[in-house]
Design a protein around this ligand. Sequence first.
Ligand code: NOJ
Ligand code: MG
Length: 532
Amino acid sequence: MKDQQYLWWQKGLVYQVYPRSFQDSDGDGVGDLKGIIQRLDYLKWLGITAVWVSPIYPSPMADYGYDISDYQGIHPLFGTMEDFDQLLEEVHKRDMKLILDLVPNHTSNEHPWFLESRSSRNNPKRDWYIWEDPKEDGSEPNNWLAVFGGSAWEWDEKTEQYYYHAFLKEQPDLNWRNPEVQQAMFEVMRFWLDKGVDGFRVDVMWHMIKDKQLRDNPPNPNYQPQQSTYEQVIPAYSTDQPEVHDIVAMMREVMNKYDERVLIGEIYLPIHRLVTYYGQDNQGAHLPFNFMLITLDWNARTLTSHIDEYEAAIPEGGWPNWVIGNHDKPRITSRVGQAQAKVAGMLLLTLRGTPTLYYGDELGMRDVPIPPDEVQDPQGLNMPDKNLSRDPARTPMQWDTSENAGFTSGKPWLRLPANYKRVNVEVQKEDPYSFLSFYHRLIKLRQEEPALHVGDYVPVVTDGPLLAFIREHEEKRFLIVLNLSHKPSIFSPKNISYKGKVILATESDLENNRIEGVITMGGDEGLLIQLD
Ligand code: NOJ
Ligand code: MG
C-alpha cells in the first residue's frame, strides 16, 4: 500500500449539513444556501474537507426534502440555482468538496412523473412506478410495510390499483427495473456532475430493487411492541435484492466518466451484506456507509469484534468509512453522554477509514426535546407513542449567545435548547478546554498525520471496557486507547509492549506525559499515544 496515491475522499472527512438547520440568511426560520455559504469559513477552520448537504431540491416537504418533485431544481426555501452555483464555487474556492444527496428510490407524489403515472393505466409512465392489482379480496398485493408506519401499499381509486411506497404514501417508489427510469436518473446525476458536484450520497441504496415476484416478507419473531411497526416483518424481499448491484454498478459507471467523484451509499445492513455494495471489482459504491457506531451497543467488546470483522470483510481495494451521527438517529451525546461523546469522537477520527460527522456533534450538541404539539417529523407523527420523532437531532446549529443562537432572526422551525448560551461555536472556540476545541485539535492531528488518515489498522488485544488499536504508516505509529465506560479500568495489552508520549487526551493535562506498559485509564478517558 506504500506508494498508493490516496484520493480526496480517502484522506479527508465528510461533514453533513442538514440545510434546514444550519444557517438561515433571510429570517424565515429555515436554513438556506446563502446561510451555508456564510458558514463555510467555520467548516474550513474546523478542518472539514467535504460537505454533504441533505436534499435542497423542490419538494412538498412531506419528508423534509426526501420527497423530491424536481431533481434538477432548488427549493425556493433554500434559494435559487444561482445561490447553488455560488455555494459550489465558494466550497471549491476553499479547497473543499461538495456532495449532494441523491434520492433515486422514490419521488414525491407531486413529481410530474408520478402525476403522469397515476393518470391512467396506459400512460407511458405507468410502469415508472410499482403498480399492482389487489388480491381477490381487494386487499394489498402482499404484506410489505412502510418504514414510516402502516402498509407500504396505497390504493388509487381512479385506476384501481395499489402503488408501493417504502416510506410515506407521498413518496412512491420508482420502478428501477424499468430502463427508462434508470436513464432518467442517470441524466439527473450527469446534470449535477456537469456542474462540478463532487459526489452523491445515495438515499436508501439497499431499497432500490424489490423482489420481482413481490413475495411476502417473513414475520419477525423478535418484534418488540415499542419498535417501529415496520419491524414486524423482516424486509427479506423488499430490500437488499441481488439485482440492486447491477443498478449500483450502472450508477458507478456514470460517476466513472468524471474525475475523482465519490459515490456513497446509505445502507443499513449487517457487515457481510454491507460489503457487497463495494461491488464486483470495486465497481459499486466507493463508500457504503458503515453505521456500526450508530447501531451497535456502546460496548468495547461488541465494538472491537465488529471493527475487526469489518476490517477483515472489506474487499481488496475497498476503502472503509465510519459514521457517528445523522439526521435520522439520536445524537451521540444523547446516546452515550457528554464525557463519553469525546471518546466516541476520538474513535471516529482515529479508526481507519473516512469519517462522516454530523453538524453540531463537534459542539456536543444534544437531542432537543420537542413538545408533542411542535413535532414536525412524519415518522414521529405517524407513530406518536413510540418515541421515533427525528426532530430532536435536527434542531438549529448553535452558533453564538445571541437570540436563537445566531441561527435565524426569525422564528426557528424547531426550537433551540436552553443551554445554547454555553453550547455554541463562539463560546467554545474561545475556550481551549471545550468540546469544540478538542474536536478541532483531533481533526487537525488526524489530517496532519498520514498514519491517522491512511495508515494501517493493527488491533490491540485488551479486555473489559477498553478498546485499543494502533495506526501506522511508514515509521510512524500511534496507539489509541479508549475507555468506553465511566469507570476506571486497567490497560494491560496482551499482544504488544509499548512506550511513547501522549499527544492528545480527553483530559488535556495528560498530554506530553511519557507512558508505557500497564496503566490505569480513567473513566471516559481516551489517549492518543505516539509510539517511540
Ligand atoms: C433516508 C433518509 O436519511 C431519511 O431522512 C429519509 O426519511 C428516508 N431515507 C426516505 O428518503
Ligand atoms: Mg431561510
